[in-house]
Write a protein that binds this ligand. Structure first.
Ligand SMILES: NC(=O)C1=CN([C@@H]2O[C@H](COP(=O)(O)OP(=O)(O)OC[C@H]3O[C@@H](n4cnc5c(N)ncnc54)[C@H](O)[C@@H]3O)[C@@H](O)[C@H]2O)C=CC1
Ligand SMILES: O=C(CO)COP(=O)(O)O
Length: 331
């Protein structure tokens, strides 16, 4: 198994950062972008001013507007946002031959189905060889070549190991795992909790409240993970705890910064109208709150974020409601 030619589907910040890293590592990379101006920007000017401004891209990186150009790839990275994965992967299906692995890089839960991205892809591309890449990684950091460590999960351990060894390099250290659900779930859930952490920050509630929120948020991640068959050590690892620490701890996160703005009194519509970037936690919150209710898993912070985003409660009331819950044994 050799993965020399890599197709990347999605010309947002993360797709571009991964394409850049793999190009610099000597892979032959072709990036599909939905927006023709992004394709032109990458090919003609070697930048992606729309989604990854301020970073020079390697001139060897080529972009295309035609998914069929990815037909000769040895592996495909799927980096479309979670809510658009079903449409994009259905369009990709005729292009993917049966032994080419598809590596899911998005982080979210689909609102209509409650499914994680890998589940969507296995439905839309039957028989696909699936892997998931997730962990703490801001696109701009990775594109600049700063060190990062992520987890690559695949049920076929030999394939997962081969992908990790060949797609990783000295800037991007990849660990492998066979816990696909656990790795995906951490990345999806932490986005919602990062919104909550941002709200705490935006309200100026202090570092103690922030630490309490992140810790109890992590308890929610572990609880849902257990119910869905994720391994506890996966939730403790890079794609779970690691990504929660990164995203809930830095305003560089789109989810955290959205929460911050809400905490400072801005409306959701006002925040979203100012950005082109996707803020996955906004959409995943509703899906996870519903999943938790169906499975009778207690996720009060996630529920509070969902209620705030839907305008069913105010930030102040949500905080008061969380604090007046009955005392209980720590789990
Ligand atoms: N930006 C980051 O630092 C990281 C992002 N991710 C994940 O990667 C995924 C993609 O995020 P980014 O690359 O950051 O995106 P982005 O926020 O930079 O750009 C938005 C992306 O959405 C696409 N898009 C918008 N409307 C669409 C539609 N109707 N159909 C298909 N695609 C559409 C755009 O073409 C663009 O690729 C998300 O799930 C995100 O959570 C994961 C790790 C790091
Ligand atoms: O997933 C990420 C970091 O690992 C990016 O987080 P944001 O989408 O909140 O910026």
């Amino acid at each position: 198994m050799t993965f020399d030619r890599i197709g990347v589907v999605g010309g947002g910040a993360w797709g571009t950062a991964l394409a850049q890293t793999l190009t610099l590592a000597g892979r032959d990379v072709i990036l599909w972008a939905r927006e023709s101006d992004v394709v032109e920007d990458i090919n003609a000017r070697h930048v992606n001013r729309t989604f990854l401004p301020g970073i020079d891209l390697d001139p060897r990186l080529k972009a295309t507007h035609d998914l069929a150009d990815l037909g000769t790839a040895d592996a495909i990275l799927l980096v479309a946002p979670a809510q658009h994965t079903r449409t994009v992967s259905a369009t990709l299906q005729p292009v993917v031959s049966k032994d080419v692995p598809v590596i899911v890089c998005a982080k979210g839960v689909e609102q209509g189905s409650g499914q994680l991205v890998a589940q969507i892809v296995s439905e839309t591309i039957p028989g696909v060889r699936l892997a998931v890449l997730s962990g703490p990684s801001f696109a701009a950091d990775v594109a600049r070549g700063f060190p990062a460590a992520l987890t690559l999960a695949c049920r076929n351990e030999a394939l997962g190991r081969a992908l990790a060894e060949q797609l990783g390099d000295r800037q991007l250290r990849l660990y492998w795992s066979d816990d696909v659900v656990g790795v995906e779930l951490g990345g999806a859930l932490k986005n919602v909790l990062a919104i909550a952490a941002g709200i705490v920050d935006g309200k100026g509630l202090g570092a103690s409240a922030h630490a309490a929120l992140v810790t109890r948020g992590f308890a929610e991640m572990r609880r849902l993970g257990k119910a869905l068959g994720a391994r506890p050590e996966t939730m403790m690892g890079l794609s779970g705890f690691g990504d929660l620490v990164l995203t809930a701890g830095s305003p560089q996160s789109r989810n955290m910064s959205l929460g911050r703005a809400l905490g400072q009194g801005e409306t959701l519509d006002a925040v979203l109208s100012k950005r082109v970037a996707v803020t996955e936690g906004v959409y995943t919150a509703a899906a996870v709150a519903r999943l938790a209710a169906e499975k009778r898993i207690e996720m009060p912070i996630t529920d509070a974020v969902h209620a705030i985003l839907e305008g069913r409660t105010s930030v102040d009331n949500a905080i008061a409601d969380l604090m007046k819950r009955p005392f209980k044994a720590e789990d």
